[in-house]
Design a protein around this ligand. Structure first.
Ligand code: NAP
Length: 520
């Protein structure tokens, strides 16, 4: 069977010893093997620091933007091939695969544009300078410069293309080399992306390295100029944060973890109204897209108690139309979950959630186009709780699959916000209402607990991709359970990879250093 090699120290390195088999989750057919035993992680990091770092820092922002544009174009030119791999290795429908791969190129393109707009400079000025003395000669200025370490990116299984690209785009524009480690189970897409970039010689040596297989001792070799950006479960995030070398060297760690995203329907919204339909459409999309394996997917459906039965019936009717099966098959709307472990976790999670309420929809139809008894299929599942029920699991356990729970609330903004806050911090929650006073109160109630709040209204329905889509221009991350991280957000994302330093001295000298240009 073909083995996926790592690309480190500027060359392909085959693993020795133990290998993991990557499978098609719809058929359980073996695809390739991957591993990283025998790959010298310390040397991989050192090469990135000493070769990739200087090459990137020698470039201006505009030049780094051009590199990112070339990465984007290279991926785009292999779009169909990558979609095929995502269908085979990720259980993705064609739509799911496009969401991942087009999300990658969209984000790369946005950061390429930002590079161009920053222009021919290597130093970014932060805000306005300040007069420090009697005269304007004694001056202070804050500037951003790239860190001299390596950016280690550890990604989750659900977005092998977008996860790689969204992190790499920001780090490369900031001037830091990247060592990226995709989740092993779905790594075929990420591996092919790096292979394409190597074939086309898009990036300078050491700017982007790929580690296949488990992380091993990778994070034991971090140094004081390095950063770690992690996406995955809260438990792994906690482990990474607590590693001795991370603590010893004050290594910056960004964690994107679990989230119990909520969608609140306002009490003003009537059945059949445009906003009502918009709400149902977004809930349905989030439950089924990528088989619910989206960190931003709606998990808690907050509905005013008098409307809860009708929302439930409408969702049940729509969920019943979802054809589950092998995504390579025409007409399939939802594929399997990604791995045998995911399958087990999701099924256990459904049982736990159902103990908080009642299972009102669970599809039992045989998956279309898969061999009998094969594939990690879980049909969409809807659970409902009683008004006022405590439902501790619903508010504390993220079930990472096509599963959501209806939580009736009393129709007040205060009650809705208090229920959502029980999730202890999330990536995104949303409110669907045309009542500005209600919306404002809910938004301010949700804001401290989220990285993003989505304001759903008929006015934006036609243009909106819904709360589940992460945009490069807005921050992604959230406090508490969501990991406390923050990524993207246009130029805001660069801060993680750079050092902000205050310069204090003679104004003409400082202006010479900064080029007297403010890039905000
Ligand atoms: P996971 O088990 O924590 O794995 C995530 C990544 O961490 C994988 O690349 C994994 O490698 C690696 N890893 C595992 N143990 C490690 C260790 N000891 N040291 C360093 N790296 C290690 O998470 P998962 O279950 O695959 O992912 C699903 C979770 O990700 C869900 O909870 C979801 O909410 C979250 N997620 C969050 C976001 C977000 O943006 N906030 C996005 C997507 C997913 P291997 O695959 O080789 O084990």
């Amino acid at each position: 069977m073909r083995k996926l090699a790592s690309h480190v120290e500027g060359r392909w390195v085959e693993a020795e010893g133990r290998l993991e088999t990557l499978v098609n989750p719809a058929t359980e057919e073996s695809l390739v093997e991957a591993g990283a035993d025998g790959v010298d992680r310390a040397a991989a990091l050192a090469f990135a620091r000493t070769t990739g770092g200087p090459a990137l820092r020698a470039l201006t922002y505009a030049q780094r933007g051009e590199l990112i544009r070339s990465v984007c174009d290279a991926i785009q030119s292999h779009r169909d091939e990558l979609i095929g791999l995502a269908i085979a290795n990720g259980g993705n429908t064609r739509g799911d695969a496009k969401f991942d791969i087009d999300g990658a190129t969209f984000t790369l393109s946005a950061y390429a544009d930002l590079g161009k707009s920053l222009g021919d400079t290597r130093v970014r000025v932060d805000g306005d300078g300040v007069q420090l003395g009697r005269t304007s000669r004694f001056h202070g200025e804050h500037v951003w410069v790239p860190r001299h370490g390596v950016a280690i990116h550890v990604n989750a299984f659900n977005f092998p293309a977008w996860g790689l690209a969204e992190k790499a785009a920001v780090a490369l524009l900031a001037g830091m080399p990247v060592v990226t480690k995709p989740a092993t189970s779905s790594a075929l897409v990420a591996h092919r992306i790096v292979e394409i970039l190597v074939e086309k010689q898009v990036l300078p040596a050491g700017a982007l390295s790929l580690l296949m297989g488990g992380a091993g001792d990778l994070l034991q070799h971090v140094g004081p100029q390095d950063v770690v950006a992690f996406t995955g479960s809260g438990a792994t995030g906690e482990l990474i944060r607590g590693l001795a070398p991370v603590i010893r060297h004050s290594v910056r760690v960004n964690v994107e973890a679990d989230s119990l995203n909520a969608a609140i329907l306002g009490p003003d919204v009537e059945e059949g109204a445009e906003t009502y339909e918009f709400y149902l459409k977004d809930v349905l999309r989030d439950m089924t897209q990528k088989a619910g394996q989206k960190c931003t997917a709606i998990r808690r459906i907050l509905v005013p108690a008098p409307l809860a039965d009708r929302v439930r019936d409408a969702l049940v009717d729509r969920l019943a139309t979802i054809v589950v099966g092998n995504p390579a098959q025409e007409g399939v709307r939802m594929g399997p979950v990604a791995t045998a472990q995911q399958h087990k976790d999701v099924r256990e999670g459904i049982d736990a959630l159902a103990r908080d309420g009642r299972l009102v929809f669970g599809q039992t139809a045989k998956p279309v186009g898969s061999p009998d008894g094969k594939g990690y299929f879980v049909g969409p599942v809807l659970i409902e709780t009683e008004p006022g029920a405590d439902a501790p699991t619903v508010h504390s356990r993220e079930v990472f699959g096509p599963v959501a729970t209806i939580v009736p609330y009393d129709g007040t903004a205060a009650n809705a916000a208090a229920l959502v806050a029980r999730g202890e911090g999330g990536l995104v929650s949303s409110v669907y209402s045309e009542d500005v006073a209600f919306t404002s109160e809910v938004v301010l109630g949700l804001a401290p607990f989220h990285g993003r709040v989505f304001l759903g209204s008929a006015k934006i329905a036609e243009q909106s991709p819904g709360p589940g889509t992460v945009l490069p221009t807005l921050v992604h991350g959230g406090p508490g359970r969501a990991g406390g991280g923050e990524e993207l957000g246009g130029l805001r994302g660069l801060a993680f990879y750079q050092q902000r330093v205050a310069l204090e001295g003679s104004r003409p000298v400082i202006e010479r250093i900064t080029g007297a240009k403010s890039q905000g």
